[in-house]
Design a binder for this molecule. Structure first.
Ligand SMILES: [Zn+2]
Length: 255
């Protein structure tokens, strides 16, 4: 086999890692061209390892990877961006864990999503430079949803498809993944009223570039409501998916 078939070079952000064997680690990484991958990093728990400082959690690393039977193997690793504040500030470490967990849960292996890779890299950098992560995290959540096929519909009623007017009595439905006009929302028992400031903020986050979004100032009530709605929706999507995955696996076993 020529060397080019056995080896590939990629940027990779370390999402997760676990000890493996005596001195190895199994890494879950996110890459621009290959999507999520599980890679074996051999010997990185030895003090003498040259790779060790380059495959820490949340680092953006330039890797040379060798194809392997079960897992591909990290052959060389050179850190590109270490995001130092995410390592020294425990609270920021927690936010980074949250981002990594979301990317891990919302993606499948070998499913490339370059915009999501870029969103993750930008968001890790932004978290390093802020003490108030609210807008950074909500922007990430909304765009992650959009880039993985779960963009909430915020502009047209899910039932009658007429444009949603900026009024107080519109509704949001988790199972429908979007908004309903007052008439159709009222008729649906599981739809919840969506306060106008919340609708406006979500639309703004969804459609405007980061540079305009970054300076957004919100009241504590609106912040709380936006955060709750997004968390409820993310939880709903993930739970529905987990169930469907379990169901498909069960079907496969019984055939
Ligand atoms: Zn309607």
């Amino acid at each position: 086999m020529p060397a080019s078939d056995r080896l590939y070079r990629t940027d990779a952000i370390i999402l997760r890692r676990s000890d493996f064997g005596e001195a190895d680690r199994l890494l879950t990484v996110f890459t621009p061209q290959h999507g999520k991958l599980r890679l074996l990093a051999k010997g990185v728990r030895k003090i003498t390892s040259r790779k060790a400082g380059h495959v820490e959690l949340f680092m953006l690393t330039d890797m040379l990877v060798a194809r392997g039977r079960t897992w591909d193997i990290v052959s060389q690793a050179e850190v590109v961006e270490a995001y130092p504040p995410l390592r020294t500030d425990l609270q920021k470490t927690g936010w980074a864990y949250y981002l990594a967990e979301l990317v891990d849960r919302f993606t499948e292996e070998h499913d490339p999503n370059q915009p999501l890779f870029e969103l993750l890299a930008f968001t890790l950098a932004r978290l390093g430079h802020t003490d108030d992560p609210f807008i950074v995290l909500r922007y990430f959540e909304l765009h992650l949803l959009g880039l993985t096929g779960y963009q909430p519909q915020l502009h047209f009623c899910l039932t009658c498809e007429t444009p949603i007017q900026p009024v107080e009595n519109n509704y949001f439905t988790l199972s429908g993944g979007g908004v309903l006009c007052p008439e159709h929302g009222h008729a649906l028992s599981h739809a919840e009223p969506i306060p106008l400031p919340v609708l406006k903020v979500l639309r703004f986050l969804q459609t405007e570039p980061w540079e305009r979004v970054a300076g957004l100032q919100l009241t504590p009530t609106t912040r709380q409501q936006v955060e709750t709605l997004l968390l409820d929706y993310i939880t709903f999507v993930l739970e529905r998916n987990l169930k469907s995955v379990a169901f498909i696996k069960k079907l496969r076993r019984s055939t």
